[in-house]
Write a protein that binds this ligand. Structure first.
Ligand code: FE
Length: 209
């Protein structure tokens, strides 16, 4: 469990968190803040310090999905999307080694309940980042378009939730839709690119020494 204390938050968004920390830590943070950085595409952690809300897993979760960052398969229909983001604590610390287990419908709105098509898990890197290559799921009756995911910091309970697509006509008519769970999605040449940061309620690390 040393990994999630070994880094220093490198992003400008961590200013808010740094203000709450001892001065020596703030100095270290200021030096990091002085580095030229590209702003993240997602809203800042300062704005998103509230924990990501849980949602039902629904009936189609299966444990023991394959470990993979791409759910794409040859001949798979649907619009490709690359989803990236971070897993953060409520104080904006990135969480390294967090498990993300995704599952979703195919482009026709069907889940694979016999195999593991469009199911996969991965772990965040040392900066708490993840990257998923998949397709935009199709619709099925009663729900707006969504991805399912379980997110779990090391040695912590899992958060089960769902992610939604912006501008989706079915969002407002879906009884469990929540705007806090809408991804940022933009078009890039040849692909759609999504972004979402998960925020987990996890215990603060013990002070070093
Ligand atoms: Fe579903």
């Amino acid at each position: 469990m040393t990994r999630d204390r070994a880094w220093w938050p490198p992003r400008r968004e961590f200013l808010g968190a740094a203000l709450a920390l001892p001065s020596a830590v703030v100095l270290a943070g200021s030096q990091a803040l002085a580095q030229p950085r590209t702003l993240a595409a997602t809203p800042s952690c300062v704005d998103k310090g509230a924990p990501t809300p849980p949602q039902t897993a629904g009936p189609f979760y299966k444990p023991r999905s394959p470990r993979r960052t791409s759910l794409l398969e040859p001949s798979m229909g649907g619009t490709r999307i690359v989803l990236t983001g971070s897993v953060l604590a409520t104080d904006c610390r990135p969480i390294a080694g967090a498990l993300l287990d995704f599952w979703q419908a195919d482009d026709r709105g069907a889940y694979d309940n016999t195999g593991f098509r469009l199911r996969g898990h991965q772990f965040t890197d040392e900066q708490g980042r993840y990257r998923l290559e998949t397709i935009i799921p199709g619709l099925y009756p009663g729900r707006t378009r969504h991805l399912h995911v379980r997110v779990q910091a090391p040695n912590q309970p899992a958060l089960t939730t769902q992610l939604y697509f912006p501008g989706e006509p079915g969002n407002q008519g879906d009884g469990i839709f929540r705007p806090e769970l809408v991804m940022a999605v933009r078009d890039e040449p040849g692909a759609k690119v999504g972004a979402f940061d998960f925020v987990l309620s996890v215990p603060a690390p013990k002070p070093a020494g």
